[in-house]
Design a protein around this ligand. Structure first.
Ligand code: GH3
Ligand code: MG
Ligand code: MG
Ligand code: MG
Ligand code: MG
Length: 312
């Protein structure tokens, strides 16, 4: 067979990545005080299918970040009286935005000034003036990469479910949506029963298999729009939008029923595991933490009442 030379291979891998990234609809926040220029970038990106918004007043930057949740930020170096470097630092003060790529759009070509800016928290420079084509293509690639990395960071490695902090944020977001639109939604706290015993009897490896199996069962049985997180070791937190507590309890009851029927095989032996769940209506609460406490209380009651089932 023909040996494949490295540059050719690299090119092929790269073109594959670019082809994939061309299907990503990224979200880009443009921070630029030259409103005409900002509008131009915005239109160029939007016409390429990328969701772009602009901020020209630094005071609107942090609220806009929370609402828009961009994949990347394109930052002017001077925005009115503010320096982009200061704004990048401001963004980095929020733990939520520690990994958000910040890219300066700048005509600054002095390497010392560039390094100074990078040391304050931005990730790289794109040089102005920039062609429309180059802007679109480089933004696409960066959005694709940013999404890959945030997937990796936000997902639990054993189950692929959302990590603790992410699923907690989803509770807050759903609470805000409920307040705005008035629809009923539920949160569910779910915990495996006597799981210490499972580990002690069958070993940690089989324990992990049980946890992964439940994660898959939840993924298969819940809606695309439901959110599933691994809240702790063998605790799961679910956010079910447009689902009243009573319906949620029935649904989780069915899932608990399927789960208890499963027979896990360990060598030539088999074992079964049950789960307990507590349900709360998000709408009954003014804060996400309160909703979680209510679901946790319901779970605790279910544990006291003999486990293996659901309590609202
Ligand atoms: P209860 O019915 O009251 O919930 O009893 P329990 O034994 O499940 O008690 P608890 O929820 O307090 O204990 C959780 C146990 O789950 C402790 C730990 O050994 C086990 N566990 C937590 N995370 C993991 C994990 O990632 N893998 C495995 N195999 N076990 C885990
Ligand atoms: Mg400017
Ligand atoms: Mg417990
Ligand atoms: Mg448990
Ligand atoms: Mg537990």
């Amino acid at each position: 067979p023909e040996p494949v030379d490295i540059p050719e291979l690299a090119e092929r891998v790269e073109s594959l990545a670019i082809e994939r990234s061309s299907r990503v609809e990224g979200r880009v926040l443009i921070v630029e005080d030259d409103t005409e220029l900002a509008e131009h970038y915005c239109l160029v990106l939007q016409s390429a299918g990328i969701d772009a918004r602009t901020v020209s007043d630094p005071l609107h930057l942090m609220p806009e970040l929370s609402v828009f949740q961009p994949d990347i930020v394109l930052m002017d170096v001077q925005i009115g009286h503010y320096s982009g470097v200061t704004l990048a630092r401001l963004i980095r003060f929020e733990p939520q935005w520690l990994s958000l790529p910040i890219i300066y759009l700048s005509s600054e070509d002095d390497p010392d000034n560039q390094l100074e800016a990078l040391s304050k928290g931005a990730d790289e420079f794109l040089m102005k003036p920039i062609s429309d084509d180059y802007l679109v293509r480089s933004v696409r690639i960066r959005c694709y990469r940013a999404r890959q990395l945030s997937e990796l960071m936000n997902r639990d490695s054993l189950t692929g479910l959302l990590k603790h902090s992410l699923i907690k944020q989803e509770v807050e977001k759903e609470l805000a949506r409920c307040r705005r639109d008035g629809h009923p939604s539920s949160v569910v706290m779910l915990d495996l029963d006597h799981f210490k015993q499972v580990n002690d009897t069958w070993g940690h490896r089989y324990g992990d298999m049980v946890i992964r199996t439940l994660a898959n069962l939840l993924r298969n049985r819940l809606r695309e729009t439901d959110m599933i997180g691994r809240y702790g070791g063998e605790e799961f937190l679910l956010v079910l939008p447009h689902c009243p507590a009573q319906e949620a309890a029935e649904l989780i009851g069915e899932i608990a029923g399927s789960f208890r029927e499963l027979i896990f095989s360990a060598g030539d032996q088999g074992f079964q595991v049950t789960l307990s769940a507590g349900v709360a209506a998000i709408n009954d609460f003014t804060g996400g933490d309160q909703a979680l406490e209510a679901a946790d209380r319901a779970l605790y009651e279910r544990k006291r009442a003999g486990r293996n089932g659901v309590t609202v």
